[in-house]
Design a protein around this ligand. Sequence first.
Ligand code: SOE
Length: 368
Amino acid sequence: MTTDVTAPARTKRAGFVGGGFMAAVHSRAARAARAELVGAASSSPERAAAAVERLGLGAAFESLEAMLADPAVEVVHICTPNATHAGFARAALEAGKHVICEKPLATTAADAADLVALADARGLVAAVPFVYRFHPMAREARARVAAGEAGRLLSVHGAYLQDWLAAPHDDDWRVDRAVGGPSRAFADIGSHLVDLVEFVAGERIVRLNAASRTVYADRATHSGIETEDLVALVVELDSGALGTLLVSQVAPGRKNALSIELAGTDASVRFEQERPDTLWLGRTGASSVIERDASRLSADAARLAIVPAGHPMGYQDAFNAFVADAYAAIDGAAPDGLPSFADGLRAAQVTEAVLASAERRDWVEVPA
Ligand code: SOE
């Protein structure tokens, strides 16, 4: 169905948990979707007040409980450290709120499955921001693959590379297993990579073989770090297509370099998150670069192309489109490609398979 990502039908009343980079991104998207920003809760009233002040989030709530008790809040954006996600999402759903929860939805697949069941039982919208799906040219790649333009899928390769942990002293709460969860690089960014590969391919990874490294066990304020800095995977998809994926947060010079390439019998498609306005269409005869010109795109991609070609779109635009679609779902729409808690569960299952494979040094089946 078609949703106008610039004009949701009804103003949503949004509450936020957390006050960091992601809360800023979520709140900008909520504002773009004409939400009323009711307020924010954080780990302390002081931190909530600081987030409200910095991000203009309405009122500072004393606690998450106070925010959830307020009938003015209808959708809760959870933008806190990973280990808190599942508990906060559960509390919000039990309070009858729609939820947009940062990834990883939960640090175990069992917790993620419980949340999927709870959201379904309550009939609430529950979404996870796998936002790279909302780049128009990622949609264009998906539409072309679905239309058979690539032919029979043979291989995929992709990478998600960052460098914000590349130096030995670089540090962040995510490296702490108790706060960030048992997987770091994969849960944080590998999950985006797998989500995008499966979204564009229209099929799933059925088994994988992963190897991981913790390059720095000691950083500025953490020691004995157990979670992985990088992971390399070989994957097999439903159709038998094979792939390789590389995920690293210690790749000097790479900021947010998510790329995927799918090769079929007739053509290849390649999408790069840092050059999101183009798509490479590879052919043995003549390859081409397709620009984001709405008049030549699939309906799904054109819907998201909100400014003319030559006027760059980017990460925040993708995030805004995701939030607009989640809000449209609250109004009863069923936007194609909205990542839900079921997709959060999928990511948790793949993450567990990656951890198991790396530990056993063997192939592992991924639940269907
Ligand atoms: C940090 O690695 C991070 O902010 C991720 O947590 C996001 O999911 C990704 O979109 C950008 O990088």
